[in-house]
Design a protein around this ligand. Structure first.
Ligand code: CA
Length: 502
């Protein structure tokens, strides 16, 4: 087993698979300082101003001379300027030789609109404003105790609680993002086309803005200010839920082609192994899914920004490339308005895990997209119109990316982590993939798939990627549950709102 992982032939650094104490002699190197697990060691002398290269790309420039065998950390590199998004080449790297999936069907819930199928059968209850959350939560608790047991084919009742809806500049241009997110969430494929909406009555985000006109009926909408007191509110909510649950209870899983499956890829709490174990395994599974006809989304703008020219080369046409560039420009500007840039992304945990800057994080992050052509680019919370690999632009924040991808229609999310996070979503199962064996040992009962054996040479990316593909199909088909689903680990839905709050 090699204790050093070098990704690309031109790399002048490698990652330590285990902590390497100062004085270790390893593979022709003398280790000069203690090197923590997952951190970088210089494979050659790197003079001041010279590039430090990993994944075959420049992570940064040495601020001081680095000796062969030195530990390279976040304080030693100057960040390169990000690649320009003007005149990026497209269609230069279109890979069609994708791995064959072991199966091309899954068991899902078809939807009346004919779009993506559900992986779960859930009563989703939308809200127009945070003001109704207290009442709704009391009602949902009662629904779960008194109604849900009557309907064994329904998996859960999920309130779409959020912080948007009032005290916001509802006519600001960027208000379209949270509005689109909430409109699309109301019709999520796991909710079976059953609309149930709770409003207050005086909020800025009206029912008319949330729903199409034809859907605004007393059968679908409850306005709390029209109810005579608390008991009447609870009674109305219980009555509507009972009716919707009875309809949902008739849904049945059927064998469907993978073209009815839409899944999301995300990573959080990444480390330097993420880009060589967990994310490439996810990429391999993504390639299999795409080959089988499924739709796979990946996201997180700041975590692809430094590799965006590689993504452009995979765009199928100029239109897709142009939208990719437009989303990057929008985000560059969004960050600049807040007087920061992409270097605000890596967390203390990322750095402890050996990721010294956003370039290194991005190159690892992109690996989860596999090698498929990119057929479409979405603005935050937009719905896709194509099948295949899609770049859905969202913030990288796990808690904001999740709801954006849900609004875009994912019915299952695959989440890669190196440091560990118990993240989960109520509206769709989340499968957790870790990047190192130590993480799996620590969180046996939270990590679903361990990609760590790739770093120690005990498994290949193809093997773990195939295991992950099989896990995705089993969980999507309701034959298996991820740990986050089993324990009901449900993060809040933080709706991305780039518009002002008033
Ligand atoms: Ca993330």
């Amino acid at each position: 087993m090699s204790l050093l992982v070098k990704v690309h032939n031109s790399d002048n650094v490698a990652i330590a698979v285990k902590p390497l104490p100062a004085g270790t002699e390893i593979e022709g190197l003398h280790i000069n300082q203690d090197i923590p697990q997952a951190h970088k060691v210089a494979l050659e002398d790197i003079p001041t101003g010279s590039p430090v290269i990993r994944y075959g790309v420049i992570l940064g420039y040495a601020m001081n001379p680095i000796k062969k065998g030195d530990w390279i950390n976040e304080f030693m590199l100057e960040l390169p300027t990000p690649p320009s998004v003007d005149d990026m080449e497209y269609g230069k790297n279109i890979v069609t030789d994708l791995p064959n999936p072991p199966v091309t069907t899954f068991e899902g819930y078809e939807n009346p609109d004919g779009g993506y199928a559900g992986t779960r059968n859930i009563l989703g209850i939308s809200t127009t404003v945070q003001c109704v959350t207290g009442v709704l939560n009391v009602a949902v608790k009662k629904m779960k105790e008194e109604l849900l047991p009557k309907y064994p084919n329904v998996d859960d009742i999920v309130p779409i609680n959020h912080a948007y809806g009032c005290g916001v500049a509802i006519n600001a241009p960027e208000a379209k993002v949270p509005i689109r997110a909430l409109r699309n969430l109301a019709k999520h494929p796991n909710f079976g086309g059953q609309l149930m909406v709770v409003g207050l009555g005086c909020e800025k985000f009206t029912v008319e803005m949330l729903l199409d006109e034809a859907d605004i009926t007393p059968e679908n909408v409850i306005i709390l200010q029209e109810k005579k007191g608390f008991d009447a509110m609870i009674d109305a909510l219980m009555e509507m839920a009972d009716r919707k649950l009875a309809i949902l209870n008739q849904r049945k899983r059927t064998t469907l082609p993978l073209s009815k499956l839409c899944i999301g890829m995300q990573c959080g709490g990444s480390d330097a192994f993420s880009g060589v174990t967990a994310n490439p395994s996810a990429g391999y599974a993504a390639d299999m899914l795409v080959k089988g006809g499924a739709t796979v989304m990946f996201s997180e703008v700041t975590e692809v920004r430094d590799g965006v020219h590689y993504l452009a080369e995979r765009c199928v046409n100029a239109e897709v490339r142009d939208k990719l560039a437009a989303e990057m420009r929008w985000y560059d500007n969004y960050l600049a308005e807040g007087e920061v840039d992409r270097s605000a992304n890596p967390t203390p945990g990322n750095k402890k895990g050996g990721l010294c800057n956003i370039v290194e994080k991005a190159m690892g992050s992109i690996a989860k997209s596999g090698t498929s052509p990119i057929v479409e680019v979405l603005s935050p919370a937009e719905k896709p119109s194509r099948h295949g690999l899609i770049y859905a632009a969202t913030p990288a924040s796990d808690i904001v990316c999740g709801p954006c991808q849900l609004a875009s229609g994912i019915t299952l999310q695959v989440f890669m982590t190196g440091r560990g996070t118990p993240y989960g979503l109520a509206a769709a199962p989340v499968i957790k993939v870790c990047s190192r064996n130590e993480m799996k040992d620590m969180w046996q009962d939270l990590i679903d798939v361990n990609a760590g054996p790739i770093a120690t040479g005990e498994a290949t990316i193809q093997e773990i990627g195939t295991d992950l593909f099989n896990k995705i199909i089993a969980v999507a088909s309701g034959k298996d549950q991820s740990f986050a689903e089993k324990y009901k680990l449900h993060n809040d839905l933080c709706i991305f709102n780039p518009a002002p709050i008033t």
